[in-house]
Design a protein around this ligand. Structure first.
Ligand code: KG4
Ligand code: ZN
Length: 343
């Protein structure tokens, strides 16, 4: 039962095909990074125009990669939110139109559920229940997951998301958009402990995050020092260590609070190697036999595979075909509103 998945919520056009028996059959991605680089961030109008150009050719490429034809596809999943409305509309319109034409169900997928379940695409996927840390460019959330669609929010950022502060500090250091991975790269040359940045909201109970104070602290440091490549690397190192440490402290607290044995870390920032090392240390120090799960780095950032996977999971409870071509997207969409799927 192959399902086509389309992701256009931000600056990546992703198209993939997932089959319940054979797994991932195709995974096509086109990144708009260069298109937005001159502007230092995503320009929604440019993003949606580029999705218009790329989505259909990527669908053709995905079918070719999978060795399938349109008639073989059993459902069309598309990211319906959260995200940039004009960008979401492209994938939703193409997805719904194809589902209508092919007479198969269309499946509106929540982008963060895609991230959350991306580790399921790997060889040793986590069993339910698990705690999940979602860290992307727009979200920082801790969630207790008891099944598909059973998501209880434990805590979230009250201001900036982790990925967003990575990108903002990277920009202040003169790095191109999106700066998160580039900041992490220069941090490798930084000397640990040359600067010490705060671990926000770790000195009081609770599972919420706040990164705007850390951002200001880092910005003030950048303005105060005589800058050269080494001080930039030292600042990057101090900043990355502070973010990653803060995330690890909150994950530890979430495991204590819930008693869960498994921790899933997902979303773009989960591709960060320092974060993975720090989480491994944290789990080992606890010595409780807990396990941490990730997707491979290219499935941590935005992609069509995670959308096709959620489409496959939700297809059985979504069997109605379109009787008219109405297309709706949800730029804001709380994860807790999703329906439960019994597996
Ligand atoms: O999940 P994602 O691809 O898109 C959203 O749904 O937002 O996440 C993108 C975010 C960006 O802020 C990017 O800088 C960050 O993830 N990111 C990283 C790394 N790779 C991606 N941040 C730190 N280190 C990385 N290696
Ligand atoms: Zn994302």
């Amino acid at each position: 039962m192959p399902v086509l998945g389309i992701e256009t919520s931000c600056d990546e056009t992703g198209v993939a095909i997932y089959d319940d028996q054979q797994g991932l059959l195709a995974n096509q991605i086109y990144s708009q990074v260069r298109l937005h680089a001159d502007y230092g961030g995503v320009v929604p109008e440019l993003a949606s125009r580029d999705h218009v150009r790329k989505t259909v050719p990527l669908i053709q490429a995905a079918l070719l990669e999978a060795g399938l034809q349109a008639k073989d596809i059993n459902g069309v999943a598309y990211t319906a939110g959260p995200g940039l409305v004009s960008a979401l509309m492209v994938g939703a319109t193409v997805g719904c139109a194809l589902a209508y034409a092919w007479r198969v169900p269309d499946i509106a997928v929540h982008h963060m559920e895609g991230h959350l379940l991306a580790p399921m695409l790997e060889a040793n996927p986590p069993d339910f229940p698990f705690a999940a840390l979602l860290v992307s460019g727009a979200h920082t959330q801790l969630i207790a997951v008891t099944g598909i669609g059973e998501y209880q929010l434990l805590g979230e950022s009250i201001d900036d998301a982790a990925g967003e502060v990575f990108d903002k500090i990277a920009k202040l250091l003169g790095l191109d958009y999106p700066g998160g991975p580039l900041l992490s790269l220069i941090a490798q040359q930084g000397v640990a402990g040359r600067y010490t940045f705060p671990r926000p909201m770790t000195d009081r109970p609770g599972l919420n995050f706040s990164f705007s104070g850390l951002k200001t602290f880092a910005a003030n440091t950048i303005n105060a020092v005589a800058r050269n490549a080494q001080t930039d690397a030292d600042v990057a190192r101090a900043f990355e260590d502070a973010v990653v440490d803060t995330l690890a402290i909150k994950c530890r607290r979430a495991l204590d609070q819930t008693g869960l044995q498994r921790l899933v870390i997902a979303g773009g920032v989960s591709a960060n190697q320092t974060l993975r090392t720090r989480m491994k240390e944290m789990i080992e120090q606890r010595g409780k036999g807990e396990k941490v799960f990730y997707a491979r780095p290219e499935l941590c950032t935005d992609n069509g595979a995670m959308i096709a996977y959620v489409g496959m999971v939700r297809l059985p409870s979504c069997t109605k075909r379109k009787s008219q071509l109405a297309v709706t997207v949800r730029p804001r969409w709380p994860l807790e509103e999703l329906t439960t799927v019994r597996t």
